[in-house]
Design a protein around this ligand. Structure first.
Ligand code: ADE
Ligand code: ZN
Length: 326
């Protein structure tokens, strides 16, 4: 079997995916027409051509603007359904999906609009594709902690549908310590905790996420190599890193995929996984991330199998289901 067939056919979990980052240019265009939203683009091709980023912030500016076309429950259903249909095509059997409530509540669109849309698609994918999904509610770190508290409060009617709480958006200048209290509260409510750290930010942000937020996983974390004591800790505790190769390339965290450190991290004994982050903005869904690693780093079948097994190991699935999948 070719490496491409192995990548395609092996069952996998995806653990780092922003649902707003799976909005295709075609769907953005359709929804803009539906709601008479004016976009700063003349065609779908122009939207695609705009996806050239110099850093995280230049991407986030477009990503938040793009999410402006999501208005009613059906829009959120279609967004989620399209992603989960892609999962079925890629043999992703379990997914843990981030959503950014504040991107929508800031525009007057509440939990009562997006949550029913998301949940309807998740239920349909469970029934029709056999895909299980958990939701991760992420706070926007460029906003104050008080607004994260308000978001946690507003989510109350939906707590049983949310597995974890996360932290995303502009990393530099917004360290995990800014959100220590609200994450303590989230942990006490029984949520799992994840946080983006060590994407553009330094290794010290990863330490903060561990020591102050008590994270169960780190999103990205690729800058951990700058601190050998941190590397040793991540290995000893097997704290997972949800690594996103094409995202790192598109956001200029690395200059060339050949420089990506994921294999070095795996070989060092860290629990690393492959993920797509914001696939329609970064030029590839999950299998294309595996393909990119194969092309640039020549990863072989055993490495692909190790990374796929890690995706289940690092998930929030119950132990029995993990055992059945690894
Ligand atoms: N929100 C969506 N994608 C993100 C990323 N890669 N880093 C931080 N925040 C994000
Ligand atoms: Zn991310």
């Amino acid at each position: 079997m070719s490496l491409s067939s192995i990548i395609k056919n092996i069952p996998k979990a995806e653990l780092h995916l922003h649902i707003e980052g799976s909005l295709t240019p075609e769907l953005m265009w359709r929804l803009a027409e539906k709601h008479s939203v004016s976009l700063p683009y003349a065609s779908v091709e122009e939207i695609e051509a705009a996806y050239n980023f110099k850093d995280l912030q230049s991407f986030l500016d477009l990503y938040y603007a793009g999410a402006g076309v999501l208005r009613d429950e059906d829009d959120f259903f279609i967004l989620m359904w399209e992603y989960l249909t892609r999962c079925a095509e890629e043999n992703i059997v379990h997914t843990e999906i981030m959503f950014d409530p504040q991107t929508h509540t800031e525009r007057g669109i509440g939990f009562d609009v997006f949550m029913p849309g998301f949940l309807r698609a998740i239920q349909k994918a469970e029934t029709e594709y056999g895909i299980s999904s958990y939701l991760i509610m992420s706070f926007l770190r460029h906003l104050p902690e008080s607004e994260a508290y308000q978001t946690l409060e507003a989510a109350k009617p939906y707590y049983q549908h949310i597995k974890a709480v996360g932290l995303d958006s502009s990393e530099l200048g917004h360290p995990p310590s800014k959100f220590e209290r609200v994450f303590k509260k989230a942990k006490s409510l029984g949520f799992k905790i994840v946080a983006h750290a060590g994407e553009e930010g330094p290794a010290s942000y990863i330490w903060e996420a561990i020591e102050l937020l008590d994270v169960d996983r780190i999103d990205h974390g690729v800058r951990c190599q700058e601190d050998q004591a941190l590397m040793a800790y991540l290995k000893e505790k097997q704290i997972p890193l949800t690594v996103c190769p094409l995202s790192n390339l598109k956001l200029c965290v690395i200059d060339d995929m050949k420089e990506h450190n994921i294999v070095q991290l795996l070989d060092a004994g860290l629990l690393v996984t492959v993920n797509s982050d914001d696939p329609t903005y970064f030029g590839g869904f999950l299998n294309e991330n595996f393909e990119a690693l194969h092309t640039a780093l020549n990863i072989d079948e055993s490495t692909i199998r190790a990374l796929a097994a890690n995706s289940f190991r690092a998930s929030f699935l119950p132990a029995e289901r993990k055992k059945a999948l690894i």
